[in-house]
Design a protein around this ligand. Sequence first.
Ligand SMILES: *[C@@H]1O[C@H](CO)[C@@H](O)[C@H](O)[C@H]1NC(C)=O
Ligand SMILES: *[C@@H]1O[C@H](CO)[C@@H](O)[C@H](O)[C@H]1NC(C)=O
Ligand SMILES: *[C@@H]1O[C@H](CO)[C@@H](O)[C@H](O)[C@H]1NC(C)=O
Ligand SMILES: *[C@@H]1O[C@H](CO)[C@@H](O)[C@H](O)[C@H]1NC(C)=O
Ligand SMILES: *[C@@H]1O[C@H](CO)[C@@H](O)[C@H](O)[C@H]1NC(C)=O
Length: 382
Amino acid sequence: MILRVPVSRLYPLILVTALMLWYWERQLHPLPVPPQRSPRMGAKTRLLILSTWRSGSTFVGQLFSQNPEVFYLMEPIWYIWMHESHKTPLLMHEPARDLLKSLFLCDISALKPYLEEANFLSDIFMFYESRALCSPPACNAFQRSDIVDRVKCLKDCGQVLFTKIEEACKTYSHIVMKTVRFLDLNVLYPLLRDPSLNLTIIHLVRDPRAIFSSRQYLNLNRSNEIISKGRNSEANVSLVMQEVCKAQVRIYNASRASPPPFPRDRYHLVRFEDLAKDPLAYLKAWYQILGLSMSSKLESWVHNISQQESPVDEVVLPIRRDSRKVSQAWRENLSFQKVKDIQNLCKQDMEVFGYQLVWSEEEQKDMLRELVVPQKGFQEGY
Ligand SMILES: *[C@@H]1O[C@H](CO)[C@@H](O)[C@H](O)[C@H]1NC(C)=O
Ligand SMILES: *[C@@H]1O[C@H](CO)[C@@H](O)[C@H](O)[C@H]1NC(C)=O
Ligand SMILES: *[C@@H]1O[C@H](CO)[C@@H](O)[C@H](O)[C@H]1NC(C)=O
Ligand SMILES: *[C@@H]1O[C@H](CO)[C@@H](O)[C@H](O)[C@H]1NC(C)=O
Ligand SMILES: *[C@@H]1O[C@H](CO)[C@@H](O)[C@H](O)[C@H]1NC(C)=O
């Protein structure tokens, strides 16, 4: 039988049905209410901290993770890289993007194909970096509003059931993740364009000379992944650095494309050196953009961890080494020859992000000489 009613007459009926369905759904699955404030109906705000190795992204991740309204996961793409270590990074881009999307929607089961076991929190790589996984409803070791101590969380929360992760995720208004494993931005356009995801990106860059200086003391195998297929093959530091630098420019270039490939205000560039000078100012601006609130406890904590003078608590937060003064440490630690090499490998990166080249050892060691060219505020982009 054909309905002869004009469609517009049906609108009230559709509306009432939708409302009833909505009401019914809420009765079955009431929205959990976090202690601080209730998120707008189902709407979550999402943030991806996009960076590369040794650029301060663990630090930035912590600045968000410790906020009581944020569910944070550190480097979820790591699982794909470990699991698919025979593939080149570019081949992992799409699976990585899809995994991010699932996790942003709190579908934590999307991790399972990449994990050997998924029974406990301890099966999650560095779960204790996430305050949300160390406090209710995931674990009772801390209050949601506490500043979490990683060691205690590792000890007390490791045996929490894996299923708690999803339960916890759903109770937060903000979901934040950080990754150092995207070499381009194009692959993320579908997420950035999706209004229902409401995704913002903070792109964190750092002076390649400082990255290298920090990198040379590390096990290179992890970052070597970006150029080689096997995890155990010999690292070619030059190639790694070159690829790291190129990727940062590529990402930035993509964000500036005209016409914009996604709403411009979804991309924010920040240099680690600027952030290290005044982390609190940046954090306040970011919190405002994302609708997060700052507490006096958080403010005091950020102040404490970014002060050179306060005692170094490497265990709780191994980020202090990268504080303000140390962002220039490469100038003493690297030979001029190495500096020249990096400058050659990363010329475009340094030009684009405003890192001045040095032409002599004297210039390099002259600490009064500013090598980070002031740039316009991060909020407008450069
Ligand atoms: C790294 O690769 C570059 C470019 O292919 C090459 O010139 C250089 O000799 C390599 N270095 C090492 C240590 O293998
Ligand atoms: C970035 O854009 C500039 C100017 O359009 C171009 O010259 C450069 O090759 C691009 N670099 C990369 C890595 O895409
Ligand atoms: C999307 O996120 C922004 C912050 O980036 C927030 O102000 C806005 O309310 C969010 N929109 C929805 C529909 O959740
Ligand atoms: C910051 O340091 C001061 C002095 O050491 C201490 O009293 C305060 O509790 C610290 N704040 C936080 C949130 O850890
Ligand atoms: C780098 O230089 C700083 C200060 O010049 C020094 O304290 C530090 O030990 C050096 N770091 C490394 C890893 O050599």
